[in-house]
Design a protein around this ligand. Sequence first.
Ligand code: UD1
Ligand code: CA
Length: 478
Amino acid sequence: MLPRVAVVIMAAGKGTRLKSQLPKVLHEVGGKPLLAHVVAAASRVVPPADIFAIIGHEASRVRAALASTGIRFVLQEEQRGTGHALMVAQSALSGYDHVIVLSGDAPQITPQTIAQLLNFHLDEHAAMTLLSADLDNPTGYGRVLRKGSRSAEVQAIVEEKSASPAQKKIREINAGFYVFDVSLLFEHIKKLSTANPHSEYYLTDMAEVLRLARQRVVVWKTTNSVEVLGANTRVELSFIDYQMRMRKTHALMDAGVSIFYPASCVIDNDVEIASDTVLEPFVQILGRTRIGANCRIRSYSVIRDSEIADGVHIRPGCILEEARIGPNAVLGPYSHLRPGSDIGEAAHVGNFVETKKIKLGKGSKANHLTYLGDAEIGAGVNIGAGTITCNYDGVHKHTTVIEDGVFIGSDSTLVAPVRVGKGAYVAAASCVTENVPEDALALGRARQITKEGWASKKRAALNSPGKNDGSEKKLPPK
Ligand code: UD1
Ligand code: CA
């Protein structure tokens, strides 16, 4: 019968060294919380229902942030050390044979390594198996004391604070990932003590406890040492973030995406980009954004949670949030596409245009200085410069409908709810408050008055002596 395996992720700590209100495991690298990375890796090894996050500090915030993953939570109300974190999980683990223990602050762990650690543990019939790595700078980590230099068997793990000068020279560190035989763990866990510099129950002490109980404790070393790096300080967070983003840009380039000056681009882990798309320097592509092939994303654009089809050209300085862009559309420079913007094939959205919750049909254009909100705009529509949909009456939002082939003259205001029928014209500077039928012209502006010669008379009056006490500048003669 297959052994029943659970994963426990220790995530209850405060993260004192970050000096933050936010719990440590919710600090982000690669655009998502540390804990979300660990959960994603663990979910590739066991189903989410077999993953238990130990939470404590700001537990409700951590629970809310991870709720959608389907994992389970165990509350460790007082955080009395990594050993104590496992003590509180005892009843949750009663139905399992083995437990993989991961650290919520080490986000680069891979599913492959988790699976290899588990297999090694099962093959070795061990009570405890720990993951180690050789680090050039092991300062701060627990060190692995092996029974012999070639032995996989472990004597003990010694924490930095308790290590002798000789032990501090050991470069093989305890990664903080383990597999335990569940019944042996809980049979012996009561033997942990708090006799150490932090007065905590150290899970690391289980190595010695189990060895003294004549149980088998072994170590498996990974050669990919970046996987084990923990984020305990802001500097470590930024280093891990940098490494992840570099790996992401390299993976995208390997898949056929051109990225100029990759170190200047911020691309989140879950972003997808198809081949022959070009990213210019200083772009940010965030969240769950998907970009098609043959696009060009020019400098200083920030794109979050958006879907961009093939052949789209995004000129400099655009901001997109939860937007959908059809094939061969052209945006910017300086367009702001807010949530629900759905831009059709080959449509244009230009300089200083803001859109929200709109559909802009195929080939339609809104090129300059415009606000389009809560609007359904058909195909082949021309929205003149300075057009505004007045969608808000102070309480409710209303919809503007502009049908196919409409021409909206510059500086028009469309007071919603309002509909402009197919092929109609709205004259420049109109205020449209009533529906416009198909193929009609709507004119909604004051009639022009022209006063011949008015300007020259005005100049003459201002420049004549006596009329001007010197406080006003003289107007130049025409
Ligand atoms: C731990 C190990 C150390 C190892 C290092 C690897 C111990 C005593 N030491 O040290 O040997 O080299 O990880 O990164 O285990 N946590 C809880 N409840 C608690 C205390 C901590 O859930 O009561 C969680 C923390 O939120 C964190 C994880 O356990 O996610 C590790 O705790 P942390 O304090 O960061 O341990 P380290 O000092 O890094
Ligand atoms: Ca840590």
